[in-house]
Design a protein around this ligand. Sequence first.
Ligand code: NDP
Length: 241
Amino acid sequence: MTRVALVTGGTRGIGAAIAKALAAEGHKVAATYAGNDEKAAAFTAETGIKTYKWNVADYAACTAGIAQIAEDLGPVDILVNNAGITRDAPFHKMTPEQWHECIDTNLNGVFNMTHNVWGSMRERKFGRIVTISSINGQKGQFAQANYAATKAGDIGFTKALAQEGARAGITVNVVAPGYINTEMMATIPEKVMNEVILPQIPVGRLGEPEEMARAVVFLASDDAGFVTGSTISANGGQYMS
Ligand code: NDP
């Protein structure tokens, strides 16, 4: 069945792969982004997927953006909370700004987006919420107290909300990626990649954005109605929970 899907941060990286995969399933897809107009324009030129710009940390902007998408494509059936940032620093050097920026985008953004689609999903008795967490929310990571807190928060949020959505036909799940082959990874020196990162991953390679997208496509499908409150760990065996 064709559904309306909204992917936050859907113009590049993992989000772009998710948006493309959902479109390939026949869904009507909207991809949002924060400010990189050039990337968004290139993404639309390549895929034909419409993009929308707003900051997920801004509740009123989420309300307005989601209303616009409902007008353009129809009410949102599938929400993928993918937009996320890092603001790394060892805790003794972490500034309140670094802490708050991470919380505002990665955790408040998830609230702002989900809260704005929830009522309509409840009324229509169908919904799929998938939030992209991280292995670092499951196991912690040096210099990421802020990021790990948000990504662990996604998992608690999901388990609570899954209970509330269950009788309304809404499933709420998490995909927790490990190291994924995105632009961010390309900046890591080859020596660090080969001697530090890859040895930690039992399958011996980075994950691909498309592999995260396949997990999301499954969780977003009509067939996945019995899977809720779950975390799919997609990390090449690096952390088994
Ligand atoms: P990228 O940095 O490649 O892309 C981030 C996307 O999110 C962009 O479209 C960006 O928009 C958008 N975005 C960022 N902040 C906001 C905001 N405040 N409001 C709206 N949109 C925003 O991300 P990745 O593909 O690397 O990561 C995607 C998700 O996966 C994140 O949640 C990340 O934490 C998680 N993850 C990534 C891993 C990895 O190895 N890459 C590993 C584990 C988890 P713009 O282009 O305009 O800046």
